[in-house]
Design a protein around this ligand. Structure first.
Ligand SMILES: [Fe+2]
Length: 364
């Protein structure tokens, strides 16, 4: 099985990665370990952990985590796995003053320290300090909360430099407003495709929009579509045609490697987080934000409803395209494709970033 990709071939001549990247368990396992466990991944929002004691939980490539605001107001993330027999400690989301494992009642402080381990009897060789919930690096960026599983504050590993990773995205997003956007709604989609099929589709420089999104295409001025790629990010900007008020003057599609899109248009913003489930399934979580002060105001309500409905239509069109692509990738007739050198620079850059992270596992 070939997994090879050669990022030194210029885009005009380059083949896309082999289908095995999208259909095989080996690249999928390598991505979990060397991409998703070693990057800043958006897992939630600041408003979910606004007050002391508030928390949310989730799982990132097989690693259950909890993000919470402790009593001193500090944001923390930890592995949500009991040190006793590995049960999941906190469930879903909510508010707590301590974390109690539902299995045998082991109880942790909000900073992860073990507080109580009931009915353990006489114990030797036991130091409670060795049985804390292990910390995970966590940061806020505007309304988003990101974690880096590879880093642990106070631990041996340093996280990646988040400021450096997001640097190219900060200014374009700030221009239209990012830091103070208000969250209004979440929608989640389970899609029968490899996570990279969805990312490729969103990075194609608007190539598919004219064919797959008839209504959206009318609102965009493709002649002015600009794509810029960076070390671990890309920015796609498209002027509006003026035919769709929802989009404002221009639309920004910002992407942070590997799996976060921040789409900013008109009075709205949506973030899409693409999470691998298995080799041919991913989950895409959409969070919608607005820049209205008063979201209950009639005009705001109408714009928001209309925009989310339209976004759902676009998403259904993308799901159809992505699932059809995954089906085609399984065909014996397909091995590798090609890039549009005019439009698909970000797709090519994404594949090169990925290859850099996983090649040591796949070069054989
Ligand atoms: Fe699309």
């Amino acid at each position: 099985m070939s997994y090879q990709f050669d990022p030194t071939i210029p885009i005009e001549a380059a083949p896309t990665p082999p289908k095995s990247w999208y259909t095989d368990p080996l690249p999928f396992a390598a991505e979990k370990r060397h991409v998703f466990e070693k990057a800043w991944i958006a897992v939630g929002r600041s408003d979910q952990v606004a007050v002391p004691g508030s928390y949310f939980t989730g799982e990132l490539v097989g690693n259950p985590y909890i993000v919470l605001r402790d009593d001193e107001g500090q944001l923390r993330a930890m592995h949500n796995v009991c040190r006793h027999h590995a049960a999941i400690v906190a469930q879903e989301s909510g508010h707590a003053s301590e974390l109690v494992c539902p299995y045998h009642g082991w109880t942790y402080h909000l900073d992860g320290r073990l507080k109580r381990a009931p009915s353990m009897g006489k114990m030797t060789h036991f130091d409670a300090a060795d049985f804390c919930l292990p910390p995970i690096s966590v940061e806020e960026w505007g309304p988003l909360v990101l974690i880096d599983l590879d880093g642990a504050k106070g631990g041996e590993n340093n996280p990646r430099d988040l400021a450096a990773d997001i640097a190219p995205l900060v200014e374009p997003l700030a221009e239209l407003g990012f830091e103070n956007m208000k969250w209004i709604e979440r929608r989640s989609y389970l899609i029968n495709c490899n996570w990279k099929v969805f990312v490729d589709n969103s990075l194609d420089g608007g190539y598919h929009v004219a064919y797959a999104h008839e209504q959206l295409a009318e609102g965009l001025e493709f002649a002015g579509y600009r794509t810029t790629t960076f070390d671990r990010a890309s920015v796609q900007i498209c002027e509006s045609s003026g035919k769709d008020n929802r989009l404002g003057d221009k639309v920004i599609y910002a992407w942070l490697y590997p799996n976060l899109f921040v789409n900013r248009y008109g009075r709205m913003m949506d973030t899409n987080v693409v999470l691998p489930v298995d080799v041919d399934t991913c989950q895409v979580v959409f969070d919608f934000f607005v820049d209205y002060e008063d979201v209950e105001q009639w005009n705001a309500k109408r714009t928001i409803r209309k925009s989310i409905t339209q976004s759902h239509v676009i998403q259904k069109e993308d799901v159809e395209i992505c699932e059809s692509t995954q089906q085609g990738l399984r065909s014996m007739s397909f091995e590798r494709g090609r890039y549009s050198s005019k439009l698909e620079q970000s797709v090519y850059a994404f594949h090169a970033m990925l290859w850099k992270d996983i090649q040591h596992e796949l070069s054989q």
